[in-house]
Design a protein around this ligand. Structure first.
Ligand code: SAH
Ligand code: SF4
Ligand code: F3S
Length: 466
């Protein structure tokens, strides 16, 4: 069900907390780990904190509300969250009105919750992603009733509208269009912690985008765990087209896509609006071995993947392709791994995000035998990085001499105020000097040097080629 936060109990809790907090100079500090869905959720947490009377701060030492928005995708992400939580061990002892919360994907794991409750006494409450709108209620229980809460809500299919994000940027915006995942790839914890797929109404998404564009936003990223599985009164291709045809000077991106839903129609729409839809597709491959893909439950094989790549390049010639790869999935033989390298050589992705397989309790793969030795995983990872760094460098070198449209970010923090960075439409970072640039404007940059991850260039008044 889709409902508005105004029609939930949360609104009452917001008012109650506000009557306690308002006018007392209380600050809230939100720490975000994990993917863009968490970035987007954190913007909503900040909104709810502000509605309850907290001021938002980047300085944890000032804050009497600490929120850690966590990720559970790999073991490393969980260890990082616990180490951050450790830093706030004394927070509630020092300040009896302090609230320390752990939210996000880790909070949806039953075993983790048990451990957090028993071993981390500094925690006031945990809250999983599907229950985020109950944040004011949990704050009330902690702050006013002085009760810790670790309830795991029942699995929710709900979408709560009406929490306008407290956006981190005034020119780049995340817009969530769907939540959850139904794919159950055998290695992945996301379907367990984020619940089933559910999509917002297209009218709500389009209205949000229109408002952003009218108030000067230059880049909109439509977000979803499987954004192209979006389904309401329209499919994702139509939603993207509807956003692309809103009048204004902006670019629209989307992530992350599942290859199974990379439809011909979606590719056609990208080809139809080259000035509005960013020529970039993040298409996670995971493995280049059909046997491993099957065991991962990815539902496509390498030939289907390669045919999508071919169609994308034919329809959007300037397209940048990026991907995710897992190294050392259970049973991955040397041949399977060589198959992956082979696909990377064939496709020549602009960028590859590679991850060493990490067993996640509760997933199918965690029960598989034939685990790969850590040393072999490390060695395969190094080989993959070596190959891909060379390809990425060559791909980036193709930009040299070209003039690219770049969305400017803030000046670099290296002390030189004239040193800016920004991103090309293909989402590659560019560094350049500029005397009078502003974050959030589009400029033309002539590229004169390339590294494997970044480009370097100089500002140009007019676009010279294309
Ligand atoms: N929904 C997206 C991305 C999900 S998480 C998709 O379908 O591709 C981002 C990436 O983390 C995944 O693409 C995968 O490469 C990686 N990942 C997920 N589970 C993992 C695990 N158990 N170990 C290592 N990497 C993992
Ligand atoms: Fe995880 Fe697969 Fe769902 Fe992506 S599609 S979130 S990898 S289960
Ligand atoms: Fe991590 Fe949750 Fe995103 S597990 S990758 S923060 S959906």
């Amino acid at each position: 069900m889709i409902f508005d936060i105004k029609d939930t109990d949360s609104y009452g809790y917001i008012e109650r907390v506000k009557s306690v907090v308002f006018g007392k100079n209380k600050y809230a500090h939100v720490i975000t780990l994990g993917c863009q869905q968490n970035e987007a959720d954190s913007e909503k947490i900040r909104t709810m904190a502000a509605m309850m009377g907290y001021e938002i701060t980047d300085d944890a030492s000032l804050a009497s509300m600490i929120v850690i928005n966590t990720c559970a995708i790999r073991e490393h992400a969980e260890l990082k969250a616990l180490s951050i939580l450790g830093k706030f061990k004394e927070k509630r002892r020092e300040d009896p009105d302090a609230v320390v919360a752990l939210v996000g994907c880790m909070a949806a794991e039953e075993k983790v919750t048990e451990k957090l409750k028993n071993r981390y006494h500094q925690l006031s409450f945990t809250l999983e992603p599907s229950q985020l709108h109950r944040f004011p209620e949990m704050t009330y229980r902690a702050l006013v009733e002085k009760k810790r809460s670790f309830a795991l809500g029942t699995e929710s299919f709900d979408i709560v509208e009406g929490i306008t994000p407290h956006r981190a940027s005034d020119y780049r915006a995340w817009v969530s269009v769907m939540y959850g995942c139904n794919n159950f790839c055998s290695y992945c914890i996301v379907p367990y912690v984020r619940g089933r797929e559910r999509s917002r109404e297209s009218s709500a998404v389009i209205a949000e985008c229109r408002e952003l564009i009218e108030s000067g936003y230059r880049e909109i990223t439509l977000l979803g765990q499987n954004v192209n599985s979006y389904k309401s009164d329209m499919d994702f291709a139509s939603l993207l087209e509807a956003v692309a045809t809103i009048p204004g000077d902006f670019t629209v991106r989307f992530m992350t896509s599942h290859p199974k839903d990379a439809s011909d129609r979606l590719i056609e729409v990208m080809g139809k609006y080259p000035d509005k839809i960013a020529p970039h597709f993040h298409l996670p491959l995971q493995s280049g071995s059909d046997a491993v893909l099957k065991s991962m439950n990815r539902t496509y094989d390498t030939s289907r993947f390669l045919s999508i790549v071919e169609k994308l390049r034919r329809t959007v010639p300037k397209i940048a392709l990026t991907t995710d790869v897992i190294v050392g999935f259970p049973g991955e033989s040397e041949e399977d791994f060589l198959d992956t390298l082979n696909v990377l050589e064939k496709v020549r992705f602009d960028m590859v995000y590679s991850f060493i397989y990490s067993a996640r309790e509760g997933t199918l793969a965690a029960k598989m035998e034939n685990r790969i030795d850590e040393a072999i995983k490390g060695e395969r990872m190094r080989r993959l990085l070596k190959l891909q760094d060379g390809i990425s460098l060559e791909k980036n070198a193709e930009y040299i001499g070209r003039v690219e449209r770049v969305l400017v970010d803030s000046p670099s923090k290296r002390g030189d105020d004239n040193l800016y960075s920004g991103r090309t439409l293909t989402n590659t970072r560019v560094h350049f000097t500029c005397e009078s640039c502003r974050g959030g404007e589009f400029v033309n940059v002539k590229i004169n040097r390339a590294g494997p991850f970044d480009l370097f260039g100089e500002i140009r008044k007019e676009k010279e080629n294309d």
